[in-house]
Design a protein around this ligand. Structure first.
Ligand SMILES: NC(=O)c1ccc[n+]([C@@H]2O[C@H](COP(=O)([O-])OP(=O)(O)OC[C@H]3O[C@@H](n4cnc5c(N)ncnc54)[C@H](O)[C@@H]3O)[C@@H](O)[C@H]2O)c1
Length: 438
């Protein structure tokens, strides 16, 4: 028993000594120290035997080729990916919101490295006022070319029917929202159209019109700044007021009544242009400004007081065509698909603007009434009424800037375009008469 206790004591002393004294170079047994020098050459030998190293290199090559050609990963460089994730933190959105099934979205970059054969990078685009006349045609074009579109609209003058053909498309979203309130989204581009465009609608609540132009534009510019998106403002030829220069060039500063009935719209758009340029100069937001001249086409509001829709609706309803004043005031009329092509060319191009987008073909109101009669009802009559306040006498765009810098010009004449809107108006007026009006 004594000898067993001694043996145990001896062994525990030895054990403690092992712990206290690290095995030195002279240690008779050091398994770890001996293992490395022997195993390193063995693993290198293993790699060199039977061309295993060659197979490793071939594997790396195949892997990297796959990742280069894989579209969702090659759409964005590592620095952009990094900034996308940084932005996701700053906006409070998850990276999953930005990295969709189709790949990571770039921010504020409309270009990007696209491998040959893969095609253009898919963009996520907001269209404010996208349920309206121009907006819905723009949405059609953007969806058709393969982009994801989010429409923001409060349906003041816009209609869901204008977009019904996109409902159910996973690349399309419709949000009921008033742009005078801020909204947070992650997109590459913002087309800012939200604003009633016809005198009937913008005079209905002038304070709301100016609020939409000022607060709405501020909110969308703030969003563009925050997420690094490119921003396009749809301004108007009304910024030229009752022009003293004819035709109007972009360099003309206008002749606008600041206190008239139309000022909520005219001055509202002028302020929106000012805000846009200030965000560009002061906050380096990428901006584009379009000054749109009279545009017509399917989906215009019936009875909105705009001259083309007025005449067409009146001719279909067999009512006299109402001409305000002597009918000698001139306008230029642009078909909506020409405008949409111009807006996209401006957004994708490198120039800020402003750019006049309109058809320089100039018509008096009486000439327009004549074309409508020839197209719809030759027996239609004309009724003269007193002119409205601040109605400009002449309006015709000089589009040489858009022609040379955007390579854009309208293609569809009034005589070609008018019949294209007639069937849409006929269908809607018929539905209205049958009590299914929309
Ligand atoms: N059509 C033209 O001839 C013309 C000419 C010059 C400028 N523009 C400009 O083009 C844009 C579109 O014009 P349109 O002819 O399609 O007009 P529209 O009235 O058909 O469309 C405007 C859209 O904006 C929406 N909207 C209005 N206020 C809003 C708000 N506060 N929040 C959210 N949505 C709101 C409306 O519901 C509607 O869907 C407007 O900015 C207009 O000033 C149009």
């Amino acid at each position: 028993m004594q000898s067993i206790k001694q043996l145990h004591k001896q062994s525990s002393i030895n054990h403690r000594r092992d712990e206290e004294v690290p095995p030195g170079p002279t240690s008779p047994y050091s398994p770890k120290a001996l293992k490395h020098p022997r195993s390193l050459p063995r693993s290198i030998n293993y790699l060199f035997r039977e061309q295993r190293l060659l197979f490793v290199f071939v594997g790396i090559l195949i892997g990297s080729t796959f990742f280069i050609l894989q579209p969702s990963l090659s759409r964005i460089g590592p620095s952009e990916a990094g900034s996308a994730i940084r932005r996701s933190f700053s906006t409070g959105l998850t990276s999953r919101d930005q990295i969709t099934g189709s790949g990571i979205y770039g921010f504020g970059k409309t270009g990007g490295r696209v491998p040959v054969g893969i095609g253009r990078r898919r963009l996520r685009i907001v269209v404010t006022g996208g349920a309206g006349f121009v907006g819905s045609h723009l949405v059609d074009k953007l969806i058709e070319r393969g982009d994801d579109v989010i429409v923001i609209d409060n349906f003041f003058t816009g209609r869901k029917d204008n977009l019904v053909h996109h409902l159910g498309n996973p690349r399309f979203e419709l949000i009921r929202h008033d742009v005078v309130e801020p909204i947070l989204l992650e997109v590459d581009q913002i087309y800012h159209l939200a604003c009633p465009a016809s005198p009937v609608h913008y005079k209905y609540n002038p304070v709301k019109t100016i609020k939409t132009n000022v607060m709405g534009t501020l909110n969308m510019l703030g969003l563009a700044k925050r997420i690094g998106a490119r921003f396009l403002l749809t301004s108007t030829s009304e910024v030229y007021g009752d022009p003293l220069e004819h035709p109007q060039k972009e360099t003309y500063w206008g002749n606008v009544n600041p206190i008239g009935e139309r000022s909520c719209y005219d001055e509202g758009k002028r302020t929106a242009e000012t805000l846009t340029m200030d965000y560009h100069r002061g906050a380096e937001v990428e901006v584009r400004i379009a000054r749109i001249f009279n545009t017509y086409g399917p989906r215009m509001c019936l009875d909105d007081g705009r001259v083309v829709s007025n005449f067409v609706a009146q001719a279909i309803r067999k009512q006299p065509l109402t001409v305000y004043g002597d009918g000698k005031q001139t306008r230029s009329f642009q078909y909506v698909s020409d405008l949409v092509n111009g807006l996209v060319a401006l957004m994708e191009g490198e120039h800020v603007g402003p750019f006049n987008l309109g058809n320089p073909g100039e018509f008096t109101m009486l000439e327009l009434a004549q074309v409508v009669k020839e197209t719809i009802d030759p027996s239609a009559t004309i009724e003269f009424r007193p002119n409205t306040a601040d109605d400009p006498h002449k309006r015709k765009p000089d589009i040489s800037k858009a022609k040379s810098l955007l390579n854009w010009e309208p293609k569809i004449s009034l005589r070609e375009g008018l019949p294209l809107m007639v069937s849409d108006f006929q269908k809607r007026i018929l539905n209205e008469d049958e009590g299914k009006g929309y």
